[in-house]
Write a protein that binds this ligand. Sequence first.
Ligand code: ATP
Ligand code: MG
Length: 182
Amino acid sequence: MYIKEVELKNFKSFGKSIRVPLKNDFVTVTGPNGSGKSNIVDALLFALCLSSSRAMRAERLPDLIYRGDNGKNPDFAQVIVRLDNTSRHFPLDQDTIEVSRKIKINRDKYASSYSFNGKSCGQAELLDLLAKAGITPESYNIVMQGDVTRIIEMTAVERRKIIDEIAGVAEFDEKKKKALEE
Ligand code: ATP
Ligand code: MG
């Protein structure tokens, strides 16, 4: 499975709608400092619910919405991720899976909305669906700057936890723990 395309609308430095096509291969993004390379990674973290706003280098989620200098800023940001599912990692008879997350400001409040294959859903539901294909905040779908050093410096027990995550055991440990508590 791989990411075929990511579409950004008013996300961080991208003040309009842009589509970034990706390939099932080694892809690099190059450009001058501050041109938005890392913001593309942040867009993936956002849409796939892989991290907190801090890890996306934003104080609060609304800071992810494009801010221009003409004073007329959009009230929403949206990221759509198109995943290739020809491998059927998602147990669905579809070659492309579309995941979308939008954050919208309404007066001084803001809210996120999510959708999976065009159908709106809650965050918990989306996380469960993504976990079916091994996309979870705990796993290393995206290796961030500093992650490798952190893994090297971990204790054996901490490293074992990562292996449990990758093997898919940890998810069941967590569900078992919850069930026993109920
Ligand atoms: P480097 O090579 O230094 O790592 P980069 O290409 O990874 O640079 P990014 O970190 O992706 O650059 O982009 C940083 C730019 O994004 C900054 O100029 C910052 O002002 C801009 N930016 C971040 N959030 C917003 C926002 N909400 N609205 C407009 N611009 C934003
Ligand atoms: Mg960068």
